[in-house]
Design a protein around this ligand. Structure first.
Ligand SMILES: Nc1ncnc2c1ncn2[C@@H]1O[C@H](COP(=O)(O)OP(=O)(O)OP(=O)(O)O)[C@@H](O)[C@H]1O
Ligand SMILES: [Mg+2]
Length: 468
């Protein structure tokens, strides 16, 4: 066990960390904080939800000089939502010290960002395109930056942001510290990354598997056409607190969200074609619990830390093992438990094995639940409700009506009617879903995916730059 005391942090940092409720350092924090404090370049790889943000955030905040008004550090993240989340976490770590952290991302009014940039933030957290935009407008100057962090580095390089990142780094003094963090770091991507770094220390938290052990992992072999009914049955049986359903494409996400609503669930989709305001409002509603199901594409959910996500459903099997790791990692965070269920069509079994081989973890086979099973579990839930109502509520007001009813009907029929009314019967409203092509070959796919992801993250109105 490593406590934060052992890092020799300043009292302000110690206070902030304890205010955040952190008692001991997670393994990646224990391994990388001392290195970062010594200004070493670090590639940090550790499982999802194990505190990589604070692993780079704590030393970063510690090194901010409050007597210097210049931008001293920059964190680059692949999506706007993640940039916002990371800036919030850094803000908390720096709250006692009063470090100024500013998120800048595409889709937000640039004039507003320019005004905010004039207020001398110490740390910028941004997406690659918008950061570069500000550098080119000279509204952001990086000549005093001593630390650069690339969060989800593999994703950004994968998405074709290499040149953007290189362009950003060319504006940062070479005498700097560069930190890279992700739960996945495929070898070829790591080699590209090392181009930006000086003699980096590769820190991999030793784990038998790429995924955390507290996520139960299942797969269901199923025909494409039967996926949706099976999903709704699972939702009825498992009644997740908050669930994320992953679809392969934006169209898929839209159709799934609509279909779920048709069947009476509160679901909304999130992907790169939605406006920034819409994406943020969907996420906020999900965090507050006013929607129960978030339907998302891979990119939209990378790195997101939402407490209360108990279930992840891969409606479509992920394109590659890395996506799988990040998708299911939206649950089982910070030591909590979670469940992940992956749908796989018979033709995609090869892809399933490829994922299992890479993550070094077998998924357990689950039988698709039947309609009767779904009905039974809803009925059990109804009975539960009835029993708690008896336990917790004063029923005297209703007892007269009950006695009158009992004079005319037998008690079993009456109770049965109550249970029926409380049971959410599986809804079979017909829905329209366009079929997705199965995932088969591995190599060709990565290029397609790369292109698609780039268009997704850039979103609307982003400048097109020629790559490769
Ligand atoms: N030392 C700690 N003790 C308790 N909770 C912590 C600690 N460090 C971080 N956390 C909490 O754990 C959660 C997950 O952290 P974080 O988002 O940094 O994970 P991550 O490793 O970056 O995951 P991902 O790979 O999905 O991006 C956050 O809510 C964070 O506040
Ligand atoms: Mg993270």
């Amino acid at each position: 066990m490593v406590t934060f005391k052992e890092f020799g942090l300043s009292p302000e940092l110690m206070k902030a960390v304890s205010k955040m409720g952190f008692e001991e350092a997670t393994p990646i924090q224990a391994a990388t904080i001392p290195l970062s404090l010594q200004n070493r370049d670090v590639i940090g790889q550790a499982q999802t939800g194990t505190g990589k943000t604070a692993a780079f955030g704590i030393p970063l905040i510690e090194k901010i000089d409050m007597n210097n008004d210049a931008v001293q550090a920059i964190v680059v993240a692949p999506t706007r939502e993640l940039a916002i989340q990371v800036s919030e976490e850094l803000y908390k770590i720096g709250s006692t010290k009063r470090v100024r952290v500013l998120p800048i991302y595409g889709g937000q009014d640039i004039e507003r960002q320019i005004r905010a940039l004039k207020k001398h933030p110490h740390i910028i957290v941004g997406t690659p395109g918008r950061v570069l935009d500000h550098i080119q407008r000279r509204t952001l100057r990086l000549q005093n930056v001593h630390t650069v962090v690339l969060d989800e580095a593999d994703e950004m390089l994968n998405m074709g942001f290499v040149e953007d990142i290189e362009a950003i780094l060319s504006h940062v003094p070479t005498e700097r510290q560069t930190l890279l963090f992700s739960a996945t770091m495929p070898e070829p991507i790591r080699r590209i990354a090392e181009r930006f770094m000086q003699n980096p220390e590769l820190v991999r938290v030793k784990a038998k598997e790429m995924t955390v052990p507290n996520i139960e992992q299942y797969y269901i072999e199923i025909q494409e056409k039967k996926k949706f009914d099976t999903l709704t049955r699972l939702l009825d049986i498992q009644s997740p607190e908050l669930a994320i359903v992953f679809g392969r494409t934006k169209r898929r996400v839209d159709e799934l969200a609509e279909a779920l609503n048709l069947r009476g669930y509160t679901a909304e989709g999130i992907h790169g074609d939605l406006s920034q305001a819409k994406r943020l409002s969907v996420l906020r509603k999900f965090k507050e619990g006013s929607i129960d199901i978030l339907v998302a594409t891979d990119v939209a959910a990378r790195g997101l830390d939402i407490s209360g996500v108990t279930h992840v459903y891969n409606f479509d099997i992920p394109q590659d093992p890395e996506s799988y790791v990040h998708r299911i990692g939206r649950t089982g965070r910070a030591g909590k438990t979670g469940m992940a269920i992956t749908f796989v069509t018979p033709r995609e079994i090869g892809q399933l094995h490829h994922i299992e081989k890479t993550t070094k973890r077998k998924m357990e086979r689950m039988k698709p639940p039947t309609l009767d099973e779904a009905l039974e579990s809803q009925q059990r839930a109804a009975i539960e409700k009835l029993l708690t109502t008896i336990e917790h509520n004063n029923l005297s007001f209703y007892k007269r009506a009950a006695e009158e009813l009992l004079e005319e009907h037998d008690s079993v029929s009456l109770v049965a009617a109550c249970i029926k009314m409380l049971t959410k019967e599986p809804d079979m409203t017909p829905v329209q879903l366009t079929e997705e092509m199965p995932i088969m070959k591995k190599e060709k796919k990565r290029q397609v995916q790369t292109r698609q992801r780039r268009s997704e993250t850039r979103g609307r109105g982003a400048k097109t730059r020629t790559k490769r």
